[in-house]
Design a protein. Sequence first.
Length: 175
Amino acid sequence: MNKVFFNLMAALLLGSAIGHSQHQTEDPSIQGRGFRAAGIIGHTLIYSKGIDHVFVPSWGLDFEYWFNHSWGLGLHNDIEVETFIIRNAEGQFVERENPLVLTLDMLYQFGGGWVVTIGPGVELERAESFYLVRLGLEYEKDITNSLYLLPTIFLDQRLDGYNTWSFGLGIGKKL
């Protein structure tokens, strides 16, 4: 599974590098268009019925393509760097070891940097995987023409399991 994940990430990076190397015009209708990548460090609040709420560290790696200034599509990847126990939909206790969350989100930017994200995803882990729906809010604060600061908050609603709130801070690059 790790080889597949790393090969996918390498292909996305290569694709974004190729897209960046092509000549871009200053046409206002395509302003904001292109690839972006961001690394995020944060904490995830995990909660399920009958379990104490717990914060675990998390890391994120996001790849996005923006069609224009307002609309984009993102592959958002997070790993919760901890082993913890949750209660699943059947009421059984399940140990989770470094689960990996992958989401494919539709992105809408408004108000000078605010981005709303929504999309389906999956949490992968050895014992049991869960499908989920993500709803999030980000704010892109430009540092330079190509670098930006990225505070994030996401709610991941698992369809057959538990839920999480993720809070993070990242740095991104417009490629």
